[in-house]
Design a protein around this ligand. Structure first.
Ligand SMILES: [Fe+2]
Length: 281
């Protein structure tokens, strides 16, 4: 069991997802609003789900690292997106695609972060030989299954990928993670509750597998970039997980999700969505 995974009977906690900031195209007023919001929410962690930079330059990674440092002491759990591998610096892309990323955010590796009620698997789904599309390997699927099975009974189990595992709009189908279908099947069976993704800059919440226990996919928009998609606003996502034991000792779990959207002056809270999760096992 990972360190720091003790659960309380009434545990509730906050996680914030920041996705696709594309530093290099960031809007400074949005960065300031985001820092203020995270400090106010005091989440257990910020999930930074890729496309951290626009073109993976040293200057863009330095700006992104400064942003992450301003959130301290909140840990920032980062994974790369396709934009975080140099595109035009061909030698770099071939031989050290994550060098600049690693200088800012540490080595690129799939990892498990577990604290309180949260049990979060973060995967690198970028590949230097792919331009935009990502993929999940058989080894990654199996690793996440093991991590999910190691979770405490009442933990809320989250898998984070940059490219989405599932999509609510059919026209985005080409953006789906390669290998998504067997991954979905395996992770649902292993008890995953939430799938967090970015990449398409279109926030959404969907129940993608209702039975026997619900599996939810939550897509984030772009946090601070001017590269918004259509009418989809800039914003970040707040998660609040709850676990309550009834008199028979059965744990009822759910997760509140709301988007904080840029309204032209500040990040404004949207309505809560209440996602029912399976009973704690
Ligand atoms: Fe992306």
């Amino acid at each position: 069991m990972p360190e720091g995974s003790a659960l309380h009977p009434q545990a509730s906690d906050c996680l914030v997802q920041v996705s696709d900031p594309h530093f290099g195209t960031e809007r400074p007023e949005l960065v300031e609003a985001l820092v203020r919001r995270v400090r106010h929410l005091e989440p257990a962690a910020v999930v930074l789900s890729g496309d951290i930079t626009q073109r993976a330059t040293a200057a863009q990674f330095a700006a992104a690292a400064r942003f992450a440092q301003r959130l301290a002491p909140t840990p920032v759990l980062a994974i790369p997106g396709n934009h975080d591998i140099p595109l035009y610096a061909v030698h770099e892309r071939l031989f050290s695609p994550y060098r600049r990323y690693a200088q800012a955010f540490g080595p690129v590796a799939d990892r498990l972060w577990s604290q309180g009620i949260w049990h979060v698997a973060l995967l690198n789904t970028t590949r230097w030989w792919r331009h935009k599309h990502g993929e999940v390997s058989r080894g990654q699927v199996d690793r996440v299954v093991q991590w999910l099975q190691s979770a405490a009974p009442r933990a809320v189990k989250v898998v984070v990928t940059h490219q989405p595992l599932t999509l609510v709009t059919p026209r985005d189908g080409h953006n789906r993670l390669r290998g998504a279908e067997p991954a979905l099947q395996a992770w649902h069976t292993a008890g995953a509750d939430l799938l967090l993704g970015g990449h398409i800059h279109l926030p959404s919440i969907a129940c993608v597998r209702p039975e026997p226990t619900p599996l939810w996919a939550v897509q984030a928009g772009t946090a601070v970039s001017s590269r918004v998609r259509g009418q989809a606003p800039n914003g970040v996502t707040e998660f609040r997980a709850f676990c309550e034991a009834d008199l028979n000792g059965v744990s009822r779990r759910h997760c509140g999700v709301r988007f904080w959207n840029w309204d032209g002056r500040d990040l404004a809270a949207g309505p809560w969505s209440r996602l029912a999760l399976g009973e704690g096992r």
